[in-house]
Design a protein around this ligand. Structure first.
Ligand SMILES: Nc1ncnc2c1ncn2[C@@H]1O[C@H](COP(=O)(O)OP(=O)(O)OP(=O)(O)O)[C@@H](O)[C@H]1O
Ligand SMILES: [Mg+2]
Length: 411
């Protein structure tokens, strides 16, 4: 397999009538990128698997990543794009192809339809029309297997507790879901996921990114290290220099494969907000934003949220976690943090240095080190809420109400 350069992969979760719709986007118009992403990610069930800028790379992308829908931006030059889309449609009869354009010229629409495009969505894309179009293909494809969810954990400051939360959350999810769960260390340089779980992975993300064949799900499966709780671990590279060999496209190829055979993939990171980091965030079903009751932390969180919003991320998929609560917050309450960020608090985790440091030093999850500790119970509850669809739905309704008009209005 070959991952073409120039791909940017991205995406997100949820279910359409119990199923997901994975998208590849062909869009050569940079000014339309954030709007297009944001429109797609507003729809429950949509996973944006790859964004292709060059029409010439489209066929390879479609061959490499299994998706239900290809969405093509015909602008600014439909005549150049349409023949390539026609070739892709001819070679991939199963693929539903949607097109969007500013033009409502009947001749263009007719031509697009003749080329195999199933749905034409005039700009600006109406969310309901998009949902309906997806609904039609979902009905056509009853029985398609669902994919695992990607949960990303983003620390808003150094040492805020992201790695501790990631590893323990992954362990709890593995216990609750009774399925496959993999934890991935995206802190390429100083990551400590393997240390916290006391495992010694032979292979890392860098090895998987080193050759296109390594992105095959079977190869990835063999590269994972088993933890004694059943969780699989993909650690950070062993050598600092290897971090530079990890490209955004290859990294997303790894995630795409991992979600095919895991119920949950939990990532410690991204730790940066470059193209690679943004793509991982956009592919995430849920992003846990970890803060502490400290002004620099909240300021960073705000910057991160602003960046996520500006790059088309659906903030309804973000969850606010306040860590180390209860150790005397020094003028900043959990409510202050939540209000300032315009994001409802999803969960708070108590401060407990004794348990945290003890478990970390022994390389044990709280599940076995201190199963009754408040720290363990708090993270177990987060895992349960993420796992349970009902509580997710409740959360979503409340969050939607509270978010409207609140995000970024509080200074
Ligand atoms: N709830 C908590 N109670 C007490 N100590 C905690 C808690 N959460 C984290 N810590 C401590 O904070 C330290 C940093 O935690 P961790 O390494 O998980 O943070 P991080 O955000 O991943 O840091 P980095 O930015 O270095 O990646 C650890 O020593 C851990 O013991
Ligand atoms: Mg860390």
């Amino acid at each position: 397999m070959y991952i073409p350069r120039g791909f940017q992969r991205s995406g997100s979760l949820a279910l359409i009538m119990g199923r997901e719709a994975r998208f590849i986007v062909l869009n050569g118009d940079e000014t339309f990128r954030a709007e297009l992403r944001s429109t797609l990610l507003k729809v429950d069930g949509v996973k944006l698997v790859a964004e292709v800028e060059e029409p010439a790379l489209l066929l390879q992308a479609v061959q490499q990543f299994p998706v239900e829908v290809l969405l093509v931006n015909l602008d600014p030059n439909p005549e150049a794009v349409l023949p390539i889309v026609g070739d892709v449609a001819g070679a991939n009869r199963e693929l539903a192809i949607f097109a969007t354009s500013e033009s409502t010229d009947g001749q263009l629409i007719l031509k697009a339809m003749r080329m195999g495009i199933k749905e034409f969505l005039p700009k600006p894309i109406d969310t309901r029309a998009l949902e309906e179009a997806i609904g039609r293909i979902a009905v056509d494809r009853a029985g398609t297997a669902t994919q695992g969810s990607l949960i990303t954990v983003v620390g808003t400051s150094g040492g805020v507790g992201a790695t501790m939360i990631t590893t323990n959350l992954a362990v709890e999810l593995a216990a609750i879901a009774e399925g496959h769960v993999t934890v991935v260390d995206l802190d390429y340089r100083y990551g400590q996921v393997a240390t916290l779980l006391d495992v010694d992975p032979k292979y890392s993300l860098a090895d998987l990114c080193s050759s296109p064949e390594a992105l095959e799900p079977q190869v990835i499966g063999r590269a994972l290290t088993k933890h004694n709780t059943g969780l699989d671990v993909l650690g950070r590279p062993n050598y600092l220099a290897e971090a530079d060999t990890i490209t955004a496209a290859a990294c997303m190829g790894v995630f795409s494969s991992l979600t095919q055979f895991n119920d949950y993939v939990v990532a410690d990171g991204p730790t940066r907000f470059d193209v690679g980091g943004q793509s991982v965030l956009a592919l995430s079903d849920v992003t846990l934003l970890v803060v502490q009751q400290l002004v620099p932390c909240v300021r960073n969180a705000r910057r991160i949220l602003e960046n996520m919003r500006d790059t088309g991320y659906n903030l309804e998929r973000a969850r606010l976690i306040c860590n180390r609560v209860g150790r005397g917050s020094g003028h900043l309450s959990v409510n202050d943090v939540s209000e300032t960020l315009g994001l409802e608090l999803f969960a708070s985790i108590p401060d407990d240095w004794e348990t945290a440091s003890g478990a970390i030093n022994l390389g044990e999850p709280f599940l076995t080190y201190s199963p009754k500790s408040k720290l363990r119970v708090a993270i177990q509850e987060i895992a349960e809420r993420l796992h349970s669809p009902e509580s997710q739905a409740d959360d979503k309704d409340t969050r939607r109400q509270s978010l409207i008009g609140r995000i970024f209005t509080v200074s």
